[in-house]
Design a protein around this ligand. Sequence first.
Ligand SMILES: C[C@@H](O)[C@H](N)C(=O)O
Ligand SMILES: C[C@@H](O)[C@H](N)C(=O)O
Lengths: 157, 157
Amino acid sequence: ENASVSGIAFQKDQIKFTLHGVGDVPGTAFKILGPISDAEVEVDVIVQNVSVDGKTDFTFTVSSEDEDTVKKVLENVKNDISFKKLIVDSNIAKVSLVGVGMRSQAGVASKAFKALSENDVNIQIICTSEIKITMVVEKDLVDKAVEVLHKEFELEK
Amino acid sequence: ENASVSGIAFQKDQIKFTLHGVGDVPGTAFKILGPISDAEVEVDVIVQNVSVDGKTDFTFTVSSEDEDTVKKVLENVKNDISFKKLIVDSNIAKVSLVGVGMRSQAGVASKAFKALSENDVNIQIICTSEIKITMVVEKDLVDKAVEVLHKEFELEK
Ligand SMILES: C[C@@H](O)[C@H](N)C(=O)O
Ligand SMILES: C[C@@H](O)[C@H](N)C(=O)O
């Protein structure tokens, strides 16, 4: 199992924007991200879960330096997309486990989640692909998270 | 922009489990995924967005053949994790855009979202990493989604 995790990556200077309570209809994701991309802002993580009662949350992270640009863009699209509230959080960091064949091992993910929970690191966002588990945690906890995961997966620092 | 998308992947025989309304405290993700991994079930996508009022939704997909195993496992953990309801949906498929350097191009994501919305394909889940945009759509729409994305990004079938 350990053999499949090849490294831990992290990124601190990010800011998270969450549009809480958007309508789950075709076009919503484009109405949010289209204007952001037109403003030439680089987006990192995009995450959206299933809707319940027709509403869902749409979250994306950008570099901290783009905070004002994104706020302006979202101000302009406010009338085009209905959402209950905008949650902006700059007190975050991204931590990723990188490896190959990870997907087939819920064990890797659960091992990472266990190690973080034993060290009181709350996981705010989780998003996985075949070779990567991406998590967002509180900025102050990212160093601890990276250390805990290095130890858990027996990786060199 | 197009140059950065190298392919489209899809997977049909999946089933999506969503624990709606879990507590956003350390240990929750492990309590859900630990038993699933102990049962040797292969998990594909795991996605969780930020919590609002201390609650969030935890979704993961597995192969359709593992439906009964996962249901049994979740039945056993029900008392250990508080959640409002379990939503199980086998009418889904995964569609992914694969490429390099994709992250830096919100443009790629917004282009994909636009093309899908113009063809009335609703996106149920979105989860991105640097080289991949993963989406979950209704099973009946996956062929159309793949075709639309091939055309949009000028890829060979
Ligand atoms: C919420 C958003 O993803 C919507 N379902 C869409 O397809 O654009
Ligand atoms: C919801 C779940 O991810 C929780 N925040 C945890 O850390 O386990």
